[in-house]
Design a binder for this molecule. Structure first.
Ligand code: PMP
Ligand code: GLN
Length: 393
């Protein structure tokens, strides 16, 4: 008997999105043996103490479900880290949730806080998971575009985006892909708008320790914001272990409750050995976290200097793994940033990320993102391959 395939279709909103640009470009890099400055992951193996602790914990046999909110040792470490680094008081029992990466944390926040028809203020360019999930939930993203090259916050447009319908603001600082670290003055404007409109803030702070000059200021530390803010961190970035997917949320208990419901129905928990190891890591002294930006700043400078020598303009970058380049001079007539990046793989053997991936529509077409959390040899290899491409163009 020949069975016919089902006539019904999967969810229309999600079916309308392609495979993420990071996955697509990493696949292209593998296919063409290109130097991959696309997806944001470090070349290094990750903090050794944590790798050893995670391995030992598995071998010792701690392999069953940990508590749903997260292992007490890790929740205590998250709370102590917030106090040590930002003077934020967080109750580890009611105000901390451990998640399977910041990606799950964001999903939990959106699932737990949004209703159909709610509006969400986003700052574009925005990390690529926010808008699709918000739309899938029947909520409405209201994107406000930062203005390059300094990625300035357009205050009038920001004010216009907030209304009585605004349920929450999503803020990513330090910001992927721009490398912008929001200043206290900018945060004060955002805080006032949240307070005036009784909106929550979901703060994606995965790059909290990866800054090169201006320190990261959590929005939750501004007056009136702690009680309405969910602060999200990721061990992946802090300890150079992006594949582990251990994230955390701190939020006031009433706000965290519906978010925790989302977590309990989504993943319920996160592998115990990884939680155990991250608890050790978050327990490191403040000097460890303060020094994390130094090697990255050197890598940013190595890439930026090399690109500038080739005549490729770069935009300012004070944090994260990413540098934005202006490639207008090398684009063919009518070629957008996606087509440019694909051609670059074939002609130069270098993978970069088109910035339009971080916009819902009408994106600038002359900007691309390069990831610099790589070994010197990787950065140098990319620059060597770009040299003949740039000269030929
Ligand atoms: N937010 C931003 C801004 C990111 O760049 C990333 C990428 N890792 C994430 C969230 C997801 O973090 P995780 O890997 O912990 O899920
Ligand atoms: N955050 C990473 C980046 O911006 C990608 C993570 C992913 O592939 N989902 O490159």
């Amino acid at each position: 008997m020949v069975l016919s395939p089902p006539m019904k279709r999967g969810n229309a909103t999600l079916s309308g999105y392609g495979t993420t640009i990071f996955e697509a470009m990493s696949a292209l890099a593998r296919e063409h043996q290109a130097v991959n400055l696309g997806q944001g992951f470090p070349d290094d193996k990750g903090t050794l103490t944590l790798r050893q602790a995670a391995a030992a914990y598995v071998v010792e046999g701690h392999n069953q479900y940990p508590p749903m909110m997260g292992m007490p040792a890790l929740r205590q470490a998250v709370s102590a880290h917030a106090a040590r680094c930002y003077d934020l008081t967080v109750d580890w029992q009611t105000e901390v949730l451990i998640t399977s990466g910041a990606t799950e944390a964001l999903l939990d926040c959106f699932l737990g806080l949004l209703e159909v028809g709610d509006e969400v203020v986003l700052l574009e360019p925005a990390y690529d998971t926010y808008a699709p999930v918000i739309r899938r939930l029947g909520a409405i993203p209201r994107a406000v575009r930062l203005v390059p090259p300094s990625w300035a916050l357009p205050i009038d447009e920001l004010r216009a985006a907030f209304s009585a319908k605004t349920k929450l603001l999503v803020l990513n600082s330090p910001m992927n892909p721009t490398g912008k670290v929001f200043t206290r003055d900018e945060l004060a404007v955002l805080a006032k708008l949240c307070i005036d409109h009784d909106a929550f803030a979901v703060c994606d702070e995965v790059y909290e320790h990866l800054t090169f000059g201006p320190s990261h200021i959590p929005l939750a530390t501004l007056p009136g914001m702690r009680e309405r803010t969910a602060r999200i961190g990721s061990a992946g970035k802090t300890f150079s272990i992006t594949g582990w997917k251990v994230g955390y949320i701190t939020a006031p208990s009433a706000m965290l409750q519906p978010i925790t419901k989302a977590h309990q129905f989504a993943t319920f928990t996160t592998p115990p050995n990884l939680q155990h190891a991250v608890a050790l890591g978050l327990g490191f002294e403040k000097a460890f976290f303060d020094a994390l930006g130094d090697p990255l700043a050197r890598s940013r400078d190595r890439l930026r200097t090399g690109l500038e020598r080739l005549g490729i303009p770069t935009l300012p970058c004070d944090g994260t793994y990413f540098l934005v380049l202006d490639i207008a001079k090398w684009q063919q007539p009518g070629e957008d940033d996606i087509a440019f990046c694909k051609r670059l793989v074939l002609e130069a053997g270098v993978v970069l990320i088109p910035m339009s991936a971080f916009y819902e529509s009408n994106a600038p077409t002359n900007l691309v993102r390069a990831c610099f959390c790589k070994a010197d040899a990787t950065l140098d290899a990319a620059l060597e391959r770009l040299a003949p491409f740039v000269t030929a163009g």
